[in-house]
Design a protein around this ligand. Structure first.
Ligand SMILES: O=C(O)C(=O)C[C@]1(C(=O)O)C=C[C@@H](O)C=C1
Length: 300
């Protein structure tokens, strides 16, 4: 039984990190265990093939070993390209930025715009729903997630003050931002008509963004924690006269009909989200950065 974890392209001999585990078949006892770290002294993994080489005896054998040792000592650093390449700041930047395996907290339930913003920022991320904004901040601080994506302002509704307060009270860093086009839909139970709706549930921001449409419909507005949460309530209560303002994705997730699309007052309804992390982004020194100098002298 042999397990070898290493770099397939360079082979065990040159791989900087490797694990080589061999055991005699049937004995159940490991015969050899070798784990190599990235250190230069531990460059060479003993492969099973080398281990099975027939043994030679006496002087002939020790002379050959000595010659090999000397040759190896002389030629140890001959092919420098075989040494493991040190990580650069750029490697780390691109690896942490490909979106894979990143856990991102957002406020709301699946189908919320904040979840869409998280997926826009990190397309392959694992989204983690949180009941309140504060829970999303704490999830990052407690290392339960890597990032949080939170709405900070909307082109129609203005600032989301709660998140400004939370930014002051928590020690997280703003590491990016996402802008999302928010297209609200009026959702209802399957088979309902727009005219049947008497009460509309949604996040207060979303209700404010659809003020004119909702006024024209003459419906009662009820605030909820998030837009997708409103869709979830409408679907679970099964009340035909209740509707929700939420995304088309929320309609899909909770099995609701889209009774009207793009019901926001302003077609250009954009929400800006901040991406928060425990660590700030420190510009690397291996890439050029643009710096803008404002010289007052030029203007006077
Ligand atoms: O309820 C949601 O779906 C959210 O993501 C929250 C929120 C907000 O807080 O502004 C985000 C975008 C929309 O502007 C409406 C609501």
């Amino acid at each position: 039984q042999q397990v070898h974890v290493g770099c397939p392209d360079s082979g065990a001999r040159t791989c900087g990190f490797g694990l080589n585990l061999s055991a005699e078949v049937g004995s159940g006892r490991p015969r050899k265990w070798e784990c190599l770290s990235a250190g230069v002294l531990a460059q060479r993994a003993i492969t099973p093939v080398e281990d099975e080489k027939p043994q030679t005896s006496g002087l002939e054998s020790s002379g050959a070993i000595e010659r090999t040792r000397q040759e190896e000592a002389k030629g140890f650093h001959k092919d420098l390209s075989l040494l493991p390449k040190p990580l650069s700041a750029l490697d780390l930047y691109s690896k942490s930025n490909d979106g894979s395996k990143v856990r991102v907290a957002y406020q709301g339930v699946p189908g919320a715009y904040s979840e869409a913003a998280a997926l826009k920022a990190y397309p392959n991320c694992e989204t983690v729903p949180c009941e309140e904004f504060e829970a999303a901040f704490k999830a990052v601080e407690l290392w339960l997630v890597d990032k949080a994506v939170l709405p900070i302002e909307n082109s129609v509704g203005g600032s989301i003050h709660r998140n400004y307060d939370l930014l002051l009270r928590h020690r997280l860093h703003i590491v990016g931002e996402v802008q999302l086009q928010v297209n609200h839909c009026l959702l209802g139970l399957p088979g309902t008509r727009k005219e049947d709706i008497k009460r509309v549930l949604s996040h207060p921001q979303a209700l404010a963004q659809c003020e004119m449409t909702l006024m024209a419909l003459g419906v009662v507005r009820i605030g909820t924690e998030d837009t997708a949460g409103a869709a979830q309530i409408v679907a679970s209560k099964g009340v035909r006269e209740a509707g929700a303002v939420a995304s088309s994705r929320a309609a899909e997730i909770y099995g609701l009909d889209i009774l009207a699309e793009k019901i926001q007052d302003d077609d250009d309804n954009i929400t800006r989200f901040l991406i928060l992390a425990r660590e700030p982004i420190i510009p690397g020194t291996d890439r050029p950065f643009k710096v803008l100098h404002c010289c007052n002298d030029i203007l006077t």
